[in-house]
Design a protein around this ligand. Sequence first.
Ligand code: CA
Length: 525
Amino acid sequence: MSSLRPPLAIRMHPADNVAIIANDGGLPAGTVMPPGVAEGVVLRDKVPQGHKLALADLAAGQAVMRYNVPVGYARQDIPAGSWVHERLLDMPAARELQNLPMATVQPPVHEALNGFTFEGYVNADGSVGTRNLLAITTTVQCVAGVLKIAVERIERELLPLYPNVDGVVGLEHSYGCGVAIEAPGAEIPIRTLRHISLNPNFGGEVMVVSLGCEKLQPDRLLPPGSFPIQDIRDEGKGPDLVCLQDDEHVGFMSMIDDILAHAKPHLARLNARQRQTVPASALVVGVQCGGSDAFSGVTANPTVGFMADLVVRAGGTVMFSENTEVRDAVEQLTSRAATPEVAQAVVRELGWYDQYLDRGRVDRSANTTPGNKAGGLSNIAEKAMGSIIKSGTSAISSVLAPGEKLNAQQKGLVFAATPASDFICGTLQLAAGMNLHVFTTGRGTPYGLQACPVVKVATRTDLARRWHDLMDMNAGRIADGELSIEDAGWELFRLLLDVASGRKTWAEHWKLHNALVLFNPAPIT
Ligand code: CA
């Protein structure tokens, strides 16, 4: 491919002194860059695809600029035309969380976007599902094996009788017993589980399978008043519960039969629902990246950022997350906060997370993977600048702590503080109330969730070509010069409305999904 295309370098900002090599397979030493951002620069080294090329001579100690911010400092003199790899860079220090600009930037006022709709399932609390799923919540890992067999039987024997129900999800997890349930931080996994049970894609039907002797008792997981739709209908009797240690269970099959019997009324109510036309303001889109490369911040993440602005303009909600990937851009977050209180909440969450990392004697730089570096991302500062573009340009309207759930007033751009780990971030965004997930990847990941459609966006055409039946959109066309970021953003927005209306993603087609992985900063016993 590289021999067919002229050498191409992409610079993110006119003030940058490095550019990214776009060609598949990189470019060999001796390449003379044609007219464009690097015109006349002669490559001194082979520069791999996605890696940085020095556009000018860089003196030892000089800032290496990408996105018009320093992503590192030259460890030695680096002549123009060199491959600027991570071993040549010192990482910038993390910005302290004092004296930050608080709500100082007036974000551009975007025109409201009207007339866009999708076909969704309207819930009694006003939230809207993009899928119509029965979820069975669990209080403890001990019941996971039993639940798995019950779910298989529900799929085989009951779902054919309830054709409007899209599936059944066993909310299996590793929490519930052998944990210090009163310790600071334990409220995070507990409220995460509670709020996942209330995700809009589950239609307000709550059903719990418990063991009986576990620390996380059902009324602690779902106290009265915490699941309002069903609580009102069932006159506050507590969650619909199957307890495996109940005396009435004699033999394994009685447990399975009991779970199936409890599932039937929930399935009947879900089955009676129909999709109806709702405004795009009912979208709650969680955005995330994983398996990032240097193109993530050039193609896919800017596409997601443009889409995020469209969703916010349509009155919807976009959540961005991944603490360690926004930490280096904290000034951008606090300055873009809608109010000083929102900026304070950003500082509170990132400060708490600094301390959490400090307990493990690491810092945000523990984030980057070997794959990130092979893909051209030298360090977390560079990765963060490419990651935060996913949030678009809107003001940050509110902040959620890990495991918290959006309320009906929290619209617009929301910072949901989570670890960057793909499955933990996805799990916490489910708890926050996401009904649609957008995931960008450069290295490639088959990531999926059972509770919510995941739209995967490839950063490079090469990945989209090889993983043609795993990637839902190819943002690599931007680097190929075939598509503008704006057109790609619109294309993604329209794709989201289709998927929200029932169009299957590739992950759904193949039934690919990752486990729920709870964030538990508290001790286990
Ligand atoms: Ca991630």
